[in-house]
Design a protein around this ligand. Structure first.
Ligand SMILES: NC(=O)c1ccc[n+]([C@@H]2O[C@H](COP(=O)([O-])OP(=O)(O)OC[C@H]3O[C@@H](n4cnc5c(N)ncnc54)[C@H](OP(=O)(O)O)[C@@H]3O)[C@@H](O)[C@H]2O)c1
Length: 299
């Protein structure tokens, strides 16, 4: 995790996580396993769950939980009531069957409620989503739009901060970038909301459509420095990923995924945040101002 990422997350206090009010008393006493707890969504889900009074078991490799090592699953899941599942690559990726086996393992040791993060409009994710539904758990799939925090955390940040340019396969397509704090609030509402969200697939997005170029322009204004966006074809972006050391099979999957997710099918807003939380989603401008204030894009 970079210093900027730590700073950005430190400025997010527990009170920012609005949830849907007080969880039911039994939900408040529940123990929830949060996978990806050091990542963009998992760190916020953990914070929002604690703010809602849940006991959080943060799962990541440093704490002995590894998606690729099945023997590490039961120890973290046993005795928990619920789990947030975020697959480290993607629930449509060739290694996504991990998520299905993990869900079955969780149900087998008594975890009753599972909330899985998926992506909006991703056909490749549907087999995993269906398998979750057949796992025997009370399940919710949160289908998310592109994260606003892709611009401030994770692999795209370094280029933008150091080189002043974001190179990506987003063409001129418009996307309703969602703030991962809203994703976290929706996940925690599903974890604490009794059966209200069981068997549902809320689709969450931000309130406004922006092209990747427009988003970088907003970041540039907030950061007070010139930042640019350069669109490349998915295939050319794949070649860049290979150059960064991403394994060939993962590159092939990502090229296909980006080509489909960015073909215009996701150029619409969804009302999942309002449906679940009863409030509007956070705007991209608020995200950009907050991250800029934390020094995220300072070279
Ligand atoms: N980016 C988007 O716009 C977007 C939109 C919709 C859905 N999604 C989905 O979001 C997911 C990624 O979530 P994120 O952005 O919150 O995560 P992230 O910031 O990419 O972080 C990955 C997390 O997974 C953990 N991890 C990595 N490899 C692991 C392993 N082998 N075993 C256990 N933990 C491991 C990491 O923890 P440690 O390294 O500390 O172990 C870290 O906490 C993907 O499934 C993606 O499809 C992303």
């Amino acid at each position: 995790m970079t210093q900027q990422t730590r700073d950005t997350r430190r400025t997010e206090t527990a009170t920012e996580y609005s949830g849907t009010g007080r969880p039911a008393a039994d939900a408040a006493r529940a123990t929830v396993v949060v996978t990806g707890a050091t990542g963009r969504t998992g760190s916020r889900v953990a914070a929002a769950a604690r703010a809602a009074g849940l006991t959080v078991r943060a799962a990541s490799r440093a704490r002995g939980f590894d998606w690729r090592e099945e023997s590490t699953w039961q120890p973290v899941l046993r005795g928990a009531d619920a789990a947030y599942l975020v697959h480290p690559s993607d629930v449509g990726a060739p290694d996504a069957p991990d998520a299905v086996r993990l869900a079955r393992t969780a149900v087998g040791v008594g975890v009753r409620r599972l909330v899985l993060l998926s992506a909006r409009g991703e056909e490749q994710a549907l087999p995993t989503e269906r398998a979750l539904a057949e796992s025997g758990a009370r399940w919710t799939v949160v289908r998310s739009a592109w994260f606003a925090q892709n611009f401030s955390e994770g692999p795209l940040l370094a280029e933008l901060r150091e080189g002043g340019e974001l190179v990506f396969a987003g063409g001129a397509v418009r996307a309703p970038f969602v703030d991962v704090r809203d994703v976290a609030d929706v996940v925690v509402a599903a974890l604490t909301g009794g059966d209200r969200y069981a068997g549902r697939t809320p689709e969450v997005s931000g309130p406004r459509l922006l092209t990747f170029g427009e988003a970088v322009a907003e970041v540039s204004v907030a950061a007070g420095r010139e930042l640019r966006y350069r669109a490349v074809a998915p295939r050319d972006y794949g070649a860049r990923l290979a150059g960064f050391g991403v394994p060939p099979e993962e590159v092939e999957f990502l090229v296909g995924l980006f080509a489909s997710l960015l073909d215009g099918r996701n150029a619409h807003v969804s009302d999942g945040v309002r449906q679940v939380l009863g409030r509007a989603p956070r705007d991209f401008a608020e995200f950009a101002q907050k991250a800029a204030a934390a020094g995220t894009w300072r070279p």
